[in-house]
Design a binder for this molecule. Structure first.
Ligand SMILES: [Zn+2]
Length: 221
């Protein structure tokens, strides 16, 4: 039997899924993860509990939507991952979760502006919300997510949840946590008065600094 070249990547995906379940972003099997590979992408399977999932349960799907490998059905939300991976060539990993505060904002059908600099750096812009589309309409919701997400690394799915991306899984996780924090801040402070977003040009320059200078001599104090 040939060795699976993606075993360690799948192990990392399992660890992230278990962490997301532990911090309450995934409940049961509601939540899924994908990672881009040369053949297309790896995605978590449908209806397999993260407590018992194994690397062999993951599914390989092409960017055209063909199931290439795996004995399970891919996540029912695979089309959403595929739409974003096809649109955003810089994205290497995606986390779709139902984290509570971001999902709460998705029920308001509102965007989350960039209020703090970590959001400018990791997410790179205001996070918009899709129109409401029932979760069973897989192709329609994927098209809506693809149309709504821009250069920023996240999108709210109305009355449903959130999708965050990164160049790798770790960055996707951090984006998910930063967006959840931003949603919490918006809900907590929004009632106290007008909140002031960071101006657009400064959001862009912070994003640029994070991508190309952060942690190098160019960003030394
Ligand atoms: Zn979902």
């Amino acid at each position: 039997m040939t060795q699976d070249p993606y075993v360690s990547l799948k192990q990392e995906m399992i660890e992230k899924c278990r962490l997301l379940e532990k911090i309450g972003y995934f409940i049961g099997t509601w939540g899924n993860v994908s990672v881009r590979i040369p053949e297309g992408f790896l995605v978590t399977p449908s209806r397999v509990q993260y407590a018992v999932i194994e690397p062999r349960d993951f599914v390989t799907v092409s960017l055209g939507g063909t199931r290439l490998a795996g004995h399970c059905w891919p996540s029912s939300e695979t089309e959403i991952h595929r739409a974003v991976l096809n649109k955003k060539s810089d994205v290497g990993a995606i986390i779709h979760s139902h984290s509570p505060y971001a999902t709460a904002v998705s029920c308001l059908h509102q965007s989350i502006p960039v209020f703090v600099e970590d959001m400018a750096q990791i997410i790179g812009g205001e996070v918009r919300c899709t129109r409401y589309i029932p979760a069973g309409q897989h192709k329609e919701i994927a098209a809506e997510v693809g149309n709504t997400i821009g250069e920023e690394n996240a999108v709210l799915l109305a009355n449903h949840g959130v999708l965050c991306c990164g160049r790798d899984l770790e960055e996707g996780l951090v984006a998910s946590q930063i967006l959840e924090k931003a949603a919490l801040m918006m809900l907590a402070a929004g009632g106290a008065g007008k909140m002031f977003p960071i101006p657009e040009d400064l959001v862009k320059s912070e994003r640029y600094r994070f991508l190309y200078k952060y942690g190098t001599a160019h960003d030394a104090p």
